[in-house]
Write a protein that binds this ligand. Structure first.
Ligand SMILES: *Cc1c(COP(=O)(O)O)cnc(C)c1O
Length: 359
């Protein structure tokens, strides 16, 4: 059993990491947190990141992914706010966690005391993207004040997340606000904030040679997920020519290949997902089914590498493709390959039915 499977080119991903991490480090004293959630922190890929000198930290949103990779030499950063119910594992398996809630931070402190540890935290500030982060300046300062009284918590920095929920593009002005908070907090409290984390793959464009927005001095860390794996910055969605966009390929197998009408026969009700489908009558077509479905991947988020093929639709386990333009070039048992975007990469790695192959 080998299909469906996602094929990962470990040489290409290494070249992507080398190129971009060197660019980030070139003229800047910036640490790199490689975000590993898009490939569920698969140990084969983690070992490539582990071997890269320019990477300082591994970051993920799921504690499980750290539990599965305890032997890595990099420090581990939990980039999603901890659930109170997972705090024992957060303290045990991660070095730094991102936080916004004083109740959670106090519980981290108690747990760290119990485990005889110091736990480092970074406070997330919301500068307009409206996902996680402390929004009010007053709240930021009062939380820092309380943190200063906690014996087993060390505040190491501030961070911001952009272009995730609100799709706000990072600018010098936005990131300067983060640096300003750092300076105010350092002036008010006896603390040195060394990790000022200025965003994710959408901040990478600010390091390009000819950019009008430059990454401000004072930003000391970036968290890079998508740019490493898909070879592009995400503020404007530009592919980098020096990087590979095809590290990952999804391979599926044809289980049925027949000539059929394009319009269903009989009264049309609702489909398996409760939607009423619409159809265009294109007459007879060559229709093929490959063995993958919505349980594994959103069929609108994958693209056949053979441009003659067109995805018609999918149910939970069947993906239907119009092969009319390819005629007799395919038969039952043949493989059909697809490129992936960020969302389909995530879901294919999460599906245990999609096998993982490394070349
Ligand atoms: C997922 C995530 C990242 C990585 O984002 P990319 O756009 O993939 O680089 C960075 N920071 C946080 C907080 C995240 O949740």
């Amino acid at each position: 059993m080998q299909n469906p499977r996602i094929v990962v080119d470990l040489v290409k991903i290494k070249e992507n990491i080398d190129f971009l991490s060197k660019r980030i480090k070139k003229n800047n004293d910036i640490s790199v947190t490689a975000i590993t959630k898009s490939f569920s922190a698969h140990p084969e890929i983690i070992s490539v990141y582990d071997a890269c000198e320019e990477i300082d930290y591994l970051g993920d949103s799921r504690v499980e992914n750290f539990i599965n990779n305890q032997e890595t030499s990099k420090e581990k950063v939990l980039v999603r706010i901890p659930m109170i119910s997972e705090i024992p594992e957060v303290v045990k398996y991660t070095d730094i966690s991102f936080n916004t809630e004083i109740e959670v931070i106090k519980k981290l402190d108690e747990e760290a005391a119990r485990q005889g540890k110091q736990h480092r935290i970074l406070l997330m500030v919301d500068l307009g993207d409206l996902r996680e982060g402390i929004f009010e300046e007053e709240e930021l300062f009062s939380i820092v004040e309380e943190i200063m009284t906690l014996e087993n918590i060390e505040l190491v920095g501030l961070g911001v997340n952009l272009t995730c929920y609100g799709a706000v593009i990072p600018t010098e002005a936005i990131l300067n606000q983060l640096v300003k908070y750092k300076m105010q907090i350092e002036a008010c409290f006896d603390v040195a904030l060394t990790m000022i984390s200025g965003g994710n793959s959408s901040s990478v464009y600010m390091l390009e040679p000819d950019t009008k927005e430059n990454l401000p001095n004072g930003i000391t860390n970036l968290r890079i997920g998508e740019a490493f794996v898909l070879g592009r910055e995400t503020a404007y969605g530009k592919d980098y020519q020096e990087m590979h966009q095809d590290v990952f390929t999804l391979k599926t197998e044809i289980v049925e290949y027949k000539t059929k009408p394009s319009y269903p026969i009989g009264e049309v009700g609702v489909d398996a997902f409760g939607n009423k489908p619409t159809f265009v009558d294109k007459g007879l077509m060559k229709r093929g089914i490959v063995g993958i479905g919505r349980q594994d991947v959103d069929h609108t988020a994958i693209t056949p590498l053979d441009s003659r093929l067109e995805i018609i639709g999918a149910s939970s386990d069947h993906l239907i493709i119009d092969f009319t333009k390819a005629k007799d070039d395919y038969q039952v048992g043949d493989e059909v390959s697809f490129s992936l975007d960020y969302g389909s990469l995530l879901s294919c790695f999460t599906s245990e039915y999609v096998k993982k192959e490394f070349i």
